[in-house]
Design a protein around this ligand. Structure first.
Ligand code: SF4
Ligand code: SF4
Length: 125
């Protein structure tokens, strides 16, 4: 099998097409209570999560790419964005969850609130 065929075979088994169903956005490192209040508001919204990895802090927003067809194929494959082209399918989220490499991960309002309470002794006072 060529690399492309290996990728197509693997992706065809990845029913959710994981990498085409979210975006990430770098954010300033939150430091103050106010920063975390703002982050809590963002994470309170459905499909919005937050994490920190070696490159900094990010929002992770679940949203399906408009070019992902019902057949699970990319509708603009030949002209897809460089982010998609550069994505390493040889070892991807299908192989192991991305969060395994996060330093901090807040998949919910509740998890971020617990962190805020621990980090700021005066939280809520
Ligand atoms: S997460 Fe990996 S296996 Fe799934 S569609 Fe993307 S590149 Fe293919
Ligand atoms: S442009 Fe294509 S490869 Fe990129 S996220 Fe959308 S469907 Fe996936």
């Amino acid at each position: 099998m060529t690399d492309l065929n290996v990728a197509l075979d693997k992706c065809s088994r990845c029913k959710g097409r994981l990498c085409c169903n979210y975006i990430t956005q770098w954010i300033e490192t939150p430091r103050s209570k106010r920063d975390f209040e703002f982050l809590l508001w963002q994470v309170a919204h459905r499909g919005v999560r937050c994490y920190q990895d070696n490159d900094g802090w990010y929002l992770l927003i679940e949203t399906r790419c408009t070019h992902l067809g019902k057949d699970g194929l990319c509708g603009i494959y030949d002209s897809r964005p460089s982010v998609c082209r550069e994505y390493d399918h040889e070892w991807c989220e299908f192989d192991e969850p991305a969060e395994k490499h996060f330093k901090k991960y807040f998949p919910s309002y509740k998890s971020l609130l617990a962190y805020c309470r621990k980090r700021f002794k005066s939280w809520g006072k």
